[in-house]
Each structure stands twice: as structure tokens, then as C-alpha cells.
Design a binder for this molecule. Structure first.
Ligand SMILES: Nc1ncnc2c1ncn2[C@@H]1O[C@H](COP(=O)(O)OP(=O)(O)OP(=O)(O)O)[C@@H](O)[C@H]1O
Length: 324
């Protein structure tokens, strides 16, 4: 993996016409975000004559496992190194006011914190070190562990200013870069605990799939995810044009516009509508029902599971949730 290519991707991801740019990097001390930190610093140094780039590094010390203290010490030495290199970086080390018990809670806490710090100090972008493997593992969790980890895999506080510039690189390639450049790393013991669903997928499921079926399983899945994402974003664009009204318990759609969209897009849109009302992973059967009813020109009312109903008239379709 060439450094040039990574810097090229970074430049594209962080495309901004502004002369001044400020980036907040979420550093966990793991290999991926450490590697990203060094790339950002390189990017800052290389572009210094064209752009003024402010770099902030945020580390959240959630203390939900015993490694956190060691990590904090490790980060101190990392910072000393940055000072030696005369790098202009602002560092934010954050500790929760109350103890956090689980990984899911600490994740929620730190995402909120990233947003707050970015807003307060005017950072244009928040960058995380997610890799191709993280995306693939999340995909598997969404497919097979529905409901159980729904809260963990949904990231409600994210917004478009979140960048994940390493999602096209395999974790092993990052490790190679880190070893080659001898970046300081911290091995988080929780990454090895099969009690966490994500680690179990990585350490057990993928190792079996790789050994017996497809050594490139992550890359193959990544392509599927990419196609899904493209469909999702194109349906998001359509969504804006057919939504007339939209709240947590009611969505009004323009039936005529909806019926002009390709079937695939209509299906995705219905799925998104259910998700807006808090119903995730709606079955194919119900989506087919929506397609069937949206073709009907007569007035109708159809009751779904979970207090959801679909009402239709010649022009409108109203998907709503009964609160009682
Ligand atoms: N405690 C934390 N403080 C700040 N950012 C974090 C923290 N934990 C995770 N992140 C951010 O979220 C990304 C993905 O989180 P994940 O739990 O997969 O990290 P990790 O595997 O422990 O470390 P890394 O991704 O750096 O190898 C990290 O790359 C980092 O950008």
C-alpha cells in the first residue's frame, strides 16, 4: 500500500475549497486511528503552503476496562513524541463524569462528545479510523444479529461531517504500514475478547470462512456493501422529492411520484420509512404489501404489525404509527 495513494484518498475525502481547514481526529490508540493520525499530520505538513490545516486529536478515556489507564500513559508518551516532532496539534483527553459500564454506552458517550467538541471548536470534519474490516463486521452484525445489537450499530449522532477515510483498506495492510514506520501502538485486550459480538465475528466466524471458503471474504463483502450503499444514497435523493411530511410517527408520500421510481428504489424507500417510525428490519412480505397498496388508486387503510398503518387516497400515502 503506497503512502501516496492514501494521501490521495485523504485529499479527495477532505475536499474543501476553504483556505483554512480544521480536522478533529478520534484516536483510540489502536493501530487504525494511530495510522490515520500520522497520515493527517503528514497531510498537514505537505499542504502547509496551500492550506492552513488545524488538527485536533480527541481521546476518550471511558475506563470501562482495566486497559484504559495503561492507554492513558501510552498516550502521554505519544504526545511527547508529537511535541518533539514540532507538530501543531491540539489534544483533548476526555473522561466521563460517571462510570460507564458497557462498550455500547461508551460508544454513545464518545460520539456525543465528538459532536460537542467539533461544534464548540469549529472543526469542519471529524475523522475516525474505521477500516474495511469494521464496515464488513458491522454489515454482518446488521444481517445476523438484528435487534440484539441494533442500538450498538446505529449511530444516531453521526452527521455528514464524519469521515472514515480508511474504509477501503484492510486492517492487515494498516498493520503493515504501522510496523514499517514503527508507529507506537496499543494492543487493546478487549479486541481479543470473544464475549463481544464484533470480536466473535472477527476471530471465530471470519477465521472459519477464510480457512474453508474464501480467504478474501472481507473484500468480497465490501463490494456487496458498496453496491448497497450506492442504492441507499440514490434512494435518499428520491426520498426528498416524494416526502411531503415527515415526523417520528407519520410520513406522507406523494403516490404519483413514488410509483414512477424503479421498483428497487421503491422497496428501499419503504424500508427507510419504516425505519423512520422505529421499525427496523421489516420483512419482505410487508414491503411487498406496501408496493401492492401504493399501486391502488382507491382509498384504503391497511394495518401492519407494531401499530403501523398505511392509508391511501388517489394522491397520497400516509404511513403512521399509533402511539397507544
Ligand atoms: N476511546 C476512543 N477515543 C477516541 N476515538 C475512539 C475511541 N475508540 C474508538 N475511537 C474511534 O472509533 C474508531 C473505531 O473504533 P474501534 O472500537 O474499532 O477502534 P479500535 O479497534 O479499538 O482502534 P483502531 O480503530 O484505532 O485500531 C477508531 O478508529 C477511532 O477513530
Amino acid at each position: 500500500m503506497s503512502i501516496k495513494r492514501i494521501l490521495y484518498v485523504l485529499t479527495h475525502e477532505i475536499s474543501s475549497d476553504k483556505k483554512e481547514l480544521s480536522l478533529l481526529l478520534a484516536l483510540s490508540a489502536g493501530q487504525d486511528s494511530t495510522c490515520l493520525a500520522f497520515f493527517i499530520i503528514m497531510y498537514q505538513k505537505l499542504l502547509y503552503s496551500e492550506k492552513q490545516i488545524q488538527v485536533g486529536i480527541i481521546y476518550c478515556q471511558h475506563n470501562w476496562n482495566t486497559d484504559s489507564l495503561n492507554k492513558a500513559n501510552y498516550l502521554d508518551s505519544w504526545l511527547t513524541l508529537l511535541k518533539k516532532l514540532k507538530v501543531n496539534v491540539t489534544f483533548y483527553s476526555c473522561i466521563p463524569s460517571n462510570p460507564i459500564a458497557t462498550e455500547a454506552e461508551s460508544r454513545k458517550w464518545r460520539l456525543n462528545l465528538f459532536n460537542r467538541v467539533a461544534k464548540k471548536y469549529n472543526y469542519n470534519f471529524v475523522l475516525t479510523g474505521h477500516t474495511l474490516n469494521d464496515e464488513v463486521e458491522t454489515f454482518i452484525m446488521q444481517q445476523f444479529l438484528r435487534g440484539f445489537v441494533q442500538k450498538e450499530i446505529n449511530t444516531p449522532v453521526r452527521n455528514k461531517n464524519y469521515l472514515q477515510p480508511l474504509t477501503w483498506i484492510h486492517r492487515n495492510e494498516i498493520l503493515e504500514i504501522c510496523s514499517y514506520w514503527q508507529f507506537p501502538l496499543f494492543a487493546d485486550s478487549t479486541n481479543k475478547s470473544i464475549l463481544l459480538p464484533r470480536s466473535r465475528i472477527r476471530l471465530e466466524l471470519f477465521s472459519i470462512l477464510k480457512a474453508f471458503y474464501n480467504p478474501q471474504i472481507e473484500n468480497s463483502l465490501k463490494q456487496t456493501i458498496q453496491t448497497q450503499k450506492e442504492q441507499y444514497y440514490s434512494s435518499k435523493e428520491h426520498e426528498l422529492s416524494i416526502h411531503l411530511f415527515h415526523s417520528n410517527n407519520k410520513i406522507v408520500l406523494n403516490r404519483l411520484k413514488l410509483n414512477k421510481l424503479p421498483l428497487k428504489t421503491q422497496k428501499l424507500l419503504w424500508r427507510q420509512c419504516f425505519e423512520t417510525l422505529g421499525v427496523f428490519n421489516i420483512g419482505f412480505y410487508w414491503i411487498e404489501k406496501c408496493l401492492f397498496y401504493s399501486q391502488r388508486k382507491k382509498e384504503f387503510i391497511f394495518y401492519f404489525i407494531k401499530n403501523i398503518q398505511l392509508e391511501g387516497s388517489a394522491k397520497w400515502l400516509i404511513l403512521s404509527k399509533n402511539q397507544n
